[in-house]
Design a protein around this ligand. Sequence first.
Ligand code: MTE
Ligand code: MOS
Length: 759
Amino acid sequence: MKNVDSKSHVRGESVYLDDIPLIEGTLFACVYDSQVAHGVLKIVEISEAEKSEGVVKIITAKDLIGENQIGGIFPDEPLFADTEVHFQGMPIALVLAETEEQARSAAKKIRAEIEPLEIVTDPRVAFAKNNLIVPPKHFKLGDTENAFKNCEYVFEGRADVNGQEHLYIETQGAYSIPTEQGGMRVYSSTQGPTAVQRCVSRVTGLPMHAVEVDVTRLGGGFGGKEDQANAWAAVCAVGTQLTKRPVKYALHRMEDMRMTGKRNPYSADYKIGLDKDLKIVAYQVVFYQNAGASADLSPPVLERTLFHCTNSYFVPNVTATGYSCRTNLPPNTAFRGFGGPQGMFVIESAIAHAAEKLNVPASQIQQKNLINDGDEFPYGQIAESEAVTSWTQADEKFDFAKLQKEADEFNRQNKFVKKGVALMPVCFGISFTKTPMNQARSLVHVYTDGSVAVSTGAVEMGQGVNTKIAQVASTVFSLPIERVKVHTTNTLRIANTSPTAASAAADLNGRATQIACETILQRLKEVAAPLVEAETPDDVSIENGFVFRKGEPTDFDWLKLVNEAHMNRVNLSEHAHYATQGIHFDWSIAKGHPFAYHTYGTAIVGVSVDCLRGIYTVDFVKACHDFGSSMNTSVDYGQIEGGIVQGIGWMTMEEVVYDKSGKLRSNALSTYKIPDIYSVPKTIEFIPLETTRENLAIFNSKAVGEPPLMYGIGAYFAIRNAVKAFNTEISPAFDTPFTPEKVLMNLYSETVKKMKAKT
Ligand code: MTE
Ligand code: MOS
C-alpha cells in the first residue's frame, strides 16, 4: 500500500511549518547568536538594532517572565546566554520585526562584548579536565580482567567516529499565536510536542494547559528535532508573550547548521581478546562522547552506545565505560540510532583490527561470535536472536564467498582500481531505554458519516507513521484506508506524549490506536447483535464495511450500524492508552530487560576505490533484514534505502569540521557533502528475514526506522579492505568519515614513509 501522503507530497500540498497561512500582525524573529565559543558575557549592545527599520522588540535573558532555562534532562542550558556563552551559535538576543529581512538585518547590528575563556573541542581534553556532563556509566558482564589473561590473542587500539549534521530538508522552526487569557498555540517542527509544551511553559511561566502545541508534519527530523526544536518554539513563545502578537521563526539553513547540535562524535579505546578458535572472550571499551556544551540528550545517547557496544555478538566478558564530555560545541543530540551506531563502529573496528593482525577475514570472526538464543547481552537481557538466521539467509541469497571471490579476482587483474567487501551484522534494541517513556495514547472518533479520525502522539516526519496508524484503524474496522484520516499531533488532543523516536512510534501509537478501535468496535458489535438477531456480540463481525452474523451477510452495513449506535447514545469515540509490558531496567546495577525486542539483520557492502584519486563508489549493499511481518513494505523499503544511504554518508563523505576556536567550518551545503543520487549505491537489494516468531510490535511488524542506517557502517570497512588490497602494509586509523582525501592519503602513506626513510 502506498504512503497516504504520497500524492499531497508530490503536488506540494502537504503542510509543513512554513506552509501554515500567516495571521495578520505576525512578527518575524531572528536570533543573534554568540560568535565566541566560550567566554564571559559582559555587555550586549542592542541600541543600534533597536533603531533599525521595522524592529518591534529585542529580547534578552533579563526580559523573560519565566525561567531562562531549556535543559530537558539537566538545567544546564539557558535559552539566552546571561552570564556566559559556551558555544558558537548560542542565542544571546532575539529580534522581532515586521518582516523577516528587517529582523535579520537588525540582528546584524547587535554587538556583544565577551571576555574569552579557554575553548575545549576535544572530548579527551574535556575528560582530562574532569569536565563531565554526568558521572561515568558502566556495563559489566563476566570478568574481563581474568578473561584477558587466558586469551590467545589480545589487541588494543583506538577508534574515532565523527558526528553528523541532520540536514532534515525542513529546517527548525516555530510559529506561536496568542490565544485568549494569555495562552498560546505554538506550531512547531518537533518530534516531541510535549517537550516543546513543557519548555514553552517553563520560559513563559504559563501552565502547560495554556500552551497548545500542534505539529502538522516534519520535513525530516532524524533525531535532530527530538529535543532541539524546543529552543525555537521557546523564543517564539517568549516573543508572543511580550508583544501579544504572533511570532514566526523558520531558521535559514546556515543558522540551523551553526546553532544546532549534531550526532555525538566519539573517541574510544578498545581491547579485544580472542581464543585460538577466534571466539571473542573479552571486550573492554571506553567511550569519550563529545557532548557539546550542555547535556541535551547526550546522557541517554551515551547509554545506548553502551547498550549496543557488542552489536550482534555474544561476548561473555565485557567491561564498557562511557564518559559524556563537556566541550564548547553546540550541544550534540539524538541522531538515527541514538548512539548505537557509534558503539557498533568501535567493536567492528576491534574485530577488523584482530582480523588484520591474524590474517583472517573479519567475516570469520564476525560469524563465529554472532549472538544466539539464550545468550546474555552485557545489560542482562537474554537474546531471542535472529543474528545467525539473518546471516545465513543473506548468505544463501547473496553468496558472500562468491562476492568476495569476484572482488579478489578483480583486484588481481586491476592495479589502480580495487574492490573491497565487508559484512555488517546489526542488532538494535527497540524501546526507549528509559522505561517510563514507552507509553502512548490514541484518540479515535467515528463520525456519523462513517468516517474515522485518529490522533496520536506520533509525529509524521517522512517515515510513514501516519500510513501505519491509518492502516491499524482501517484493519480493525475493516474499512478502506480512505475512510480514515490521521490528524496533526496536538497536545490538547493527546497529552504527555513521548517523542517520536527510538523507532517505536508505530509500535506504541499503533498499539494505542488498535486498543481504541477495538473498544469502539466491541460497542458497535453490541449494538449490532440484537439488530441482526445474533445471540452474542461475538457472533457479529464487520468485514469490508458490511455487518456479518456468524460469517453470513446481513442487511446492515457500517454506516447504518454507526448511525444506529449514535441514535442509541453509544459512545463512538475512544481515548486509549498503551504501555509496553515486560520491560524494565535498573541503572543501580546496570541490568534489566530494557527492550521489547531486537531488530536484526546482516548486510554485505561492496565498494570500488580509484587508487589514483582516492575516490570511490559503493557498488552494492545487499541485506537480509528482519521486518518481523512488515505492515507496509513500500514504507519499510523506503526506510531501509534511506537509512542505508544516510549511514553510508555518515561513514564516508559527511564531515563535520569545527576549528580550534569552536567555529563550524562545514557550515553550508557547499562545505558539508551529503549523498546525492550519484553517490548512492548502484544496487541496494534486500530480502525480508523469514521468521514466524512472535514479538511485541504492532501486528508483529518490527520497528524499521533506525536499524538500517547501521548497515552503512559496512561501507567504511569495505573501503578499508579495498585500500588494503592496494597495499597490505597500509593500516588506516579507525577514523570516520573515510573521505576521498583521507583514502588518498592512506593509499600513499606507506610509499611516503619509505621515500622519507630513503632521503
Ligand atoms: N525517516 C524519514 N523519512 N525522516 C526522518 O526524520 N527519522 C528516523 C526514522 N526514519 C526519520 C526517518 C528516526 S531518527 C527515527 S527514531 C524513526 O524514523 C522515528 O519514527 P518511527 O518511530 O515511526 O520509526
Ligand atoms: Mo530517532 S534518533 O530516536 O529520533
